[in-house]
Each structure stands twice: as structure tokens, then as C-alpha cells.
Write a protein that binds this ligand. Structure first.
Ligand SMILES: [Zn+2]
Length: 184
């Protein structure tokens, strides 16, 4: 029986500890560089795991890195942290989907609403005078504020103009319907 020895988690973490860059800059830092302590954006992604050792652990994959009072190693880790990258991809995809689902700006077209309204009056056998009913006005003003509700006379004309009559039978029943509706 062979004993497979698994590497403990911290063994890989130790490898992630970045060594300070070998080049030592002799340049004087720009005068208006603000001393910002622990206020870097990188700290949104790390928690201090050991202040004494100056180690921070990645919130996403738990990798511990040495920060040495600088956040460059944190940024370096984030650029290769797969868990962080995956989360970012997922969240950006979600926001893209949300964007698709965001309210559409539909170009208002009186005619587009007029036709189904006429159809509704015919199919539901609503007397034409009901187009002037205050409840219908109230409903339309809320659901389609820009739509101008016509009078019962205009509605009757619209029925003839807009209603697509496919065959004689429909035409006959429509004319009967019109007669009955207008005499209400
Ligand atoms: Zn990470």
C-alpha cells in the first residue's frame, strides 16, 4: 500500500509569497504622493491574516501573500487569482443580463395601440360609447399616458378602417355587430 502524501494547504500558500522587487529605486518620489495606509482598493479583496508577518489572505481563494506595506503584491495576486477572475466574469455576465432586461424605451405610436383597442372593442363586444367611459380613460391614462382616446364616432370609423376583414362571413357578422353596438 502506497502512502500518497498530500501537500498541506499552507505549502502552496508559502509559494505564493512574493519576494520584494530586486531593483531599488533611487528616484525621489513625486512630492504630491499621498501616504495612503491600508486604504488601497486592494484591501477590498484581502484580509490581514498576520499583522506581525505582514501577511494578507485573499478573500476569494484564501491564498496568503506578504504585503510588506505595499499593495503591489496584492494587485499581482488579483491579476492571477482564478477565483477572483471567475467571480468578476460571473458578475459582469449578470449585469449584462440585467441590462437586457432593463426597461425598453418603446417608441410611442398612437396607431400601434389604436388597432388592438379597436380589436378589443369588437372581440369583447364592448359598446362604442364605453370608449368615453371615465374608467377606461383612467386605465389608459395610466397604462399608456400618451395615447389619445378617440370619441365613440371615431372608434366606429376606426373599426371600418382598421379592422382587417378576411372574408364575407366575417364582414357580415361585423356589420351586424356594428349595428348592435351602435344602438346600445
Ligand atoms: Zn486569490
Amino acid at each position: 500500500m502506497t502512502n500518497v502524501s498530500y501537500l498541506p494547504m499552507y505549502a502552496t500558500s508559502e509559494n505564493m509569497i512574493s519576494t520584494p522587487p530586486p531593483t531599488v529605486s533611487n528616484e525621489i518620489p513625486p512630492p504630491h504622493t499621498k501616504k495612503r495606509k491600508n486604504h488601497s482598493e486592494a484591501w477590498n479583496h484581502f484580509t490581514i491574516s498576520s499583522e506581525k508577518e505582514q501577511k494578507a489572505s485573499c478573500k476569494y481563494c484564501d491564498t496568503k501573500i506578504k504585503y510588506n506595506n505595499r499593495t503591489s503584491s496584492m494587485h499581482a495576486h488579483l491579476s492571477r487569482c482564478l477565483v477572483y477572475k471567475r467571480q468578476r466574469t460571473t458578475s459582469s455576465m449578470t449585469s449584462a443580463e440585467e441590462h437586457v432586461g432593463s426597461p425598453l424605451i418603446v417608441k410611442f405610436d398612437q396607431e400601434v395601440i389604436r388597432r388592438p383597442m379597436v380589436k378589443m372593442f369588437i372581440n369583447m363586444e364592448i359598446p362604442f360609447r364605453e370608449v368615453e367611459h371615465e374608467s377606461f380613460h383612467e386605465f389608459m391614462s395610466l397604462s399608456s399616458p400618451r395615447f389619445q382616446i378617440c370619441s365613440r364616432t371615431t372608434l366606429a370609423c376606426d373599426v371600418l378602417k382598421l379592422w382587417d376583414i378576411k372574408n364575407d362571413f366575417e364582414k357580415r357578422s361585423l356589420s351586424e355587430l356594428l349595428k348592435s353596438l351602435s344602438h346600445h
